[in-house]
Design a protein around this ligand. Structure first.
Ligand SMILES: Nc1ncnc2c1ncn2[C@@H]1O[C@H](COP(=O)(O)OP(=O)(O)OP(=O)(O)O)[C@@H](O)[C@H]1O
Ligand SMILES: O=C(O)c1ccc[n+]([C@@H]2O[C@H](COP(=O)([O-])O)[C@@H](O)[C@H]2O)c1
Length: 189
């Protein structure tokens, strides 16, 4: 049995918070790998119109490149449409019957769990791992395993906002992602 962490996200853009929580959970639970799962159309998040989804895929690929225990899982991009976690996890379990999956979520998503599509089925098929996030509650009636991590006050919206205001994002995103944002003029307005 391989033990695989999954960090699903919009990654618009990926930031050091994503990498840090994945790495903390990888080590705390002694996982073999963490797969980063970019959503094609996030079930509940608005993405600015006109933004090509492939930018998010390219950025997460660059972000994980130098860690051999991190991989990108592009299944939601291949499937297209709205990326409901229950559908994705059922597919992954069929494709990888010898893998055990741990789906990592931050505090904001823990609070949102009651609204996830077919949540009662989802908690039966997935092990949820919850990590704290400043400003969000980690208490939930759903069965989640908690992993203690240093809290990181960093978000994709903070990064986008900084770029729009022409402020530095250095040390908040990997250099490769910073370069990609600059070269492709993302988030400038
Ligand atoms: N700083 C953080 N601490 C803990 N969890 C985080 C942090 N940043 C992101 N996450 C978690 O990572 C997953 C993917 O997050 P996502 O890609 O939506 O980034 P985000 O920073 O939440 O984006 P946005 O600011 O656009 O809402 C979610 O489960 C989210 O809770
Ligand atoms: O399936 C759902 O209903 C659902 C609702 C909210 C979030 N998710 C998933 O949770 C992960 C984190 O979401 P987000 O929007 O914070 O990037 C990502 O993989 C989403 O597809 C899934």
């Amino acid at each position: 049995m391989k033990r695989i962490g999954i960090l699903g996200g919009t990654f618009n853009p990926p930031h050091l918070g994503h990498l840090a929580i994945a790495n903390e959970v990888l080590h705390a639970l002694e996982l073999d790998k963490v797969w980063f799962l970019p959503s094609y159309i996030p079930p509940h998040k608005e993405i600015k119109k006109g933004m090509n989804p492939l930018h998010r895929l390219s950025m997460i690929e660059r972000a994980v490149k130098d860690n051999e225990q991190f991989e990108v899982q592009p299944i939601e991009f291949e499937k297209k449409g709205t990326s409901y976690t229950i559908e994705t996890m059922q597919l992954l379990q069929e494709m990888y019957p010898d893998h055990q999956f741990y789906f990592i979520i931050g505090g904001d998503m823990i609070e949102y769990l009651p609204k996830w599509h077919r949540i009662d089925e989802l908690v039966e098929v997935v092990n949820f791992v919850g990590v704290q996030r400043p400003g969000f509650d980690i208490e939930t009636p759903y069965p989640i395993q908690r992993v203690e991590i240093p809290q990181l006050e960093i978000s994709s919206s903070f990064i986008r906002d900084r770029v729009t205001k022409h402020e530095t994002i250095r040390y908040f995103v990997p250099d490769t992602v910073k370069r990609y944002i600059e070269e492709n003029h993302l988030y400038e307005s």
